[in-house]
Design a binder for this molecule. Sequence first.
Ligand code: NAD
Length: 297
Amino acid sequence: MTAQVIDGKAFAAEVRGKVAEHVARLKEKHDLVPGLAVVLVGEDPASQVYVRSKGKQTTEVGMKSVEHKLDADTSEADLLALIDQLNNDDSINGILVQLPLPKHLDEDLVINSIDPAKDVDGFHISNVGLLGTGQKSMVPCTPLGCLMMLREHHGSLSGMNAVVIGRSNIVGKPMAQLLLGDSCTVTIAHSRTKDLAEVVRRADIVVAAVGRPEMVPGDWIKEGATVIDVGINRIEKDDGKTKLVGDVDYASCAERAGAITPVPGGVGPMTIACLLANTLTATCRANGLEEPKGLTA
Ligand code: NAD
């Protein structure tokens, strides 16, 4: 079997198109412009690239984009004061603090100081609890993007065996909650899992979120399974240049899978599209308006 490629780049463009249409209607009917504030502390090069990309795409869908770039030695009190100001700013509907933060800042404290209704990353403890209990919440962008692609490909996920490799708070755990919410039978595998190959072989859906280049070989994949590769790893090629690869060995997995997301061009583009979708959802909720369909969990 040769897998169908799930084109995350094209799907993300569709999601952004839907968001842009909805944003235009909000402006026309309600004179509302959703606002997203991104806070970056320090000069981590990868974070700078993400923040630039987020700002550009936010503006492109017609939303207001605000960037706050703070020095690496910014005090916790100053960062919390900025978040407080954004929490109380009616023109801001979404607040994202780019992670990782410099070591002297308490990440949990900072994230939990964001108004949960504006927590478009879905990392606030209230949103984690709401998601875990099946209530309306802000859903972390990367797993939300994976869920959207799975729903688009399969329609219903009910009764499917799903294995999530990785148990991080950002990807693995919320991914498992979302799959459970869609009535999958979910296994969370991690670095201490015994006989990972056998666990993965049972899966109709495999979500790999580990951060180890090409770790999952094709012979772990059940014939016809759907493989969602969250990993983004930069590796050196034989010619000394670098390239991005995922957590699964794409060539061998694509031979056995029914469908697979490529890296790049799979989960990555969906993550920012879902950030925009979350900002739109937060704006609608804050103003008592109907939420856009198909853009939340
Ligand atoms: P993390 O380091 O926080 O978590 C990795 C998880 O993998 C851990 O739970 C660990 O238990 C598990 N793990 C480690 N070694 C393992 C092994 N040998 N076998 C099984 N499990 C193992 O990472 P994260 O933040 O969840 O990110 C995972 C990957 O996804 C990274 O490559 C990251 O760059 C990527 N990522 C991509 C996006 C995107 O937008 N596409 C977003 C977030 C993260």
